[in-house]
Design a protein around this ligand. Structure first.
Ligand code: PSU
Ligand code: MN
Length: 303
């Protein structure tokens, strides 16, 4: 039984054949500090609307799976302390036990897939953690991309992760990583990872055509559209790398494991970059939401 609660705006979009863009809620509850998280979540919805699509922020509230949130519900996720971080495996537990849960990329893809939403915008995906040869810490986002047909528009992944290893795992799972106006994988805070993708699209129409073709030939897998962060907000790679070193050392010293690792590193990075990372984060989230909406609109125009 799937029991999704569609927000009225999302329901109307489905009925009227308007494009919809999914947004995640972990970035609100576990990814950014208050009140930035609340402002950004509302701003992302406005950006999607301005580009001609309908936003559907996804979350589980008291065991109910919501596709599209009210401003009050977003406020709740921005401030509540007892919100579970839900990957795909955790959705059933949260539903059956009446819990509040914020959806990661994996869980947002899973629910968007059930709702029939093809395009999803976020900041960065999870991946293979540095040190995964010992810890085995590989985000379920990668496995989800391998099996759920949703296009994820993001700025690549943070280099708190092992980016070459993350690309290898995506290749194994049959997930194309396509650069938007670039052949280089962006590294979230910076446009440059030094990793060559060999796949580039130059505009939303080309991205939509590539995604539509991947839906036919991709065996049910997702695709990553990797969008570099806006140049004027990108951070100096050496500054970022030094902050990452300190963040990872703090996580190791505190013995952080499992699902807590990524939220710990995200908040350590915000602290270690003295808030500079938040300005970059805001700018790239908005940019990704706008491009995702343009791709969703182009998908509708091409059919
Ligand atoms: N990376 C970011 N910002 C985020 C996340 C990752 O730059 O907010 C969040 C996303 O929700 C992503 C999740 O799906 O962390 C990955 O967590 P894990 O590594 O535990 O799979
Ligand atoms: Mn993990």
């Amino acid at each position: 039984m799937t029991n999704l609660i569609l927000a009225p705006e999302v329901q109307a979009a489905f009925a009227n054949g308007q494009p919809v863009v999914a947004l995640e809620s972990t970035v609100i509850s576990h990814g950014l500090p208050y009140p930035h998280n609340r402002e950004i979540a509302l701003q992302l919805e406005a950006t999607v609307r301005a580009a001609g699509a309908v936003p559907a922020t996804i979350a589980v509230i008291q065991g109910a799976v919501h596709v599209g949130l009210t401003n009050e519900q977003i406020e709740h996720f921005a401030t509540a302390k007892d919100v579970l971080k839900l990957s795909r495996r955790d959705i059933g537990y949260a539903v059956a036990n009446g819990r509040d849960g914020a959806t990661t990329v994996a869980a947002t893809m899973a629910i968007a897939g059930l709702a029939g939403i093809q395009v999803f915008a976020t900041g960065g995906i999870g991946g293979v953690h540095r040190g995964a040869r010992e810890s085995w810490d590989v985000s379920a986002d990668l496995g989800e991309l391998g099996k759920t047909p949703v296009l994820v528009v993001c700025a690549g992944a943070k280099s708190i992760l092992d980016l070459p290893a993350s690309l290898e795992v995506l290749e194994t799972y049959g997930v194309p990583v396509v650069g938007y106006t670039t052949e280089e994988l962006p590294a979230f805070y910076s446009a440059h990872s030094g990793l060559h993708l060999g796949r580039k699209v130059d505009d939303a129409a080309q991205a939509a055509a590539t995604w539509a073709a991947h839906r036919v030939y991709g065996g049910g897998s997702g695709m990553v559209l990797a969008v570099p962060p806006p140049v004027e907000k990108a951070l100096d790679p050496q500054f970022v790398e030094a902050a990452i070193g300190r963040a990872i050392a703090q996580a190791d010293a505190a013995g952080i494991r499992g699902a807590a690792v990524t939220p710990f590193l995200l908040s350590a990075m915000a602290r270690e970059t003295e808030g500079e990372s938040i300005a970059t984060n805001t700018a790239l989230l908005n940019n990704n939401a706008q491009i995702a909406a343009q791709v969703a609109v182009a998908l509708f125009q091409s059919v």
